[in-house]
Design a protein around this ligand. Sequence first.
Ligand code: PMP
Length: 301
Amino acid sequence: MSNQWIYLNGEYVTKQDAVVSVYDHGFLYGDGVFEGIRVYSGNIFKLDEHLSRLYDSAKSIMLNIPYTKEEFQDIIVETVRKNQLETAYIRVVVSRGPGDLGLDPNKCSEPRIVVIAEALALFPKELYERGVRLASVASRRNRADVLPPQVKSLNYLNNILVKMEANQAGVDEALMLNDQGYVTEGSADNVFIVKNGVIKTPPVYLGALEGITRNTIIDLAKQLGYEVQEQPFTRHDVYVADEVFLTGTAAEVIAVNEVDSRIINNRKPGKVTNHLLSEFRKLTTEDGVKVYDSKEKVQVS
Ligand code: PMP
């Protein structure tokens, strides 16, 4: 098998050589930002939106990315191309870089920029047919005025803690509430409910990441004629919803069949969920930044 090439500060290096310092504040303190992006058949989906979110996250924590968005886009495209990938997952990481053992980011020399592109192990088809189980967890979402959930930072402990609680409860994913008890999101996905034909998702200010898939689904649903409301709701609304689904780069649109032991839609993915998933998949084949010219052939080794 040929080498996997990883972009690291201006160079493409092998996986073994893709190393950063133990003094990097990304490692020491979770000081940095990241993105997870998907490539569908050689098209990078919503690359512009992911880059915008990356730059917004970086700006919010005063981390200066030393490239223009256009330069960064070229690096991401080249990383996918160099690895000859068609269907892939991309991880972009910008860390504060190596500093001393203190917290002060001013003592960090320069950011470390990493782009990893890997073949994507697709979620099994059965999972979309079966759906996933959720449990609401005791840990609450970071308050937006403490550590804004809109910043996709390397500090994911809040999300990891709720994932652990979901594991302990024996379910697939956590349902995170904010400090006031309103539903926010899952550990790594946004949540939607459908009631009487109306689609609802929590507004991001309650404490959710502004998911790219979330926004895509909101736009798509509106175009398809559904009413979409970004409104606060509670666990009760989730329990009595006609349908519940999660959205995310990895999961796309996936039905929820049970929440805190309340069965949703007889454990079957609902009509609206299935409709949105199929329309979303259509979009992923049409949209995106092309990695290869139409004449170019991917040589999969
Ligand atoms: N919420 C959180 C906390 C996440 O980590 C993710 C994954 N990036 C999402 C929601 C879904 O966002 P997106 O659709 O942009 O992948």
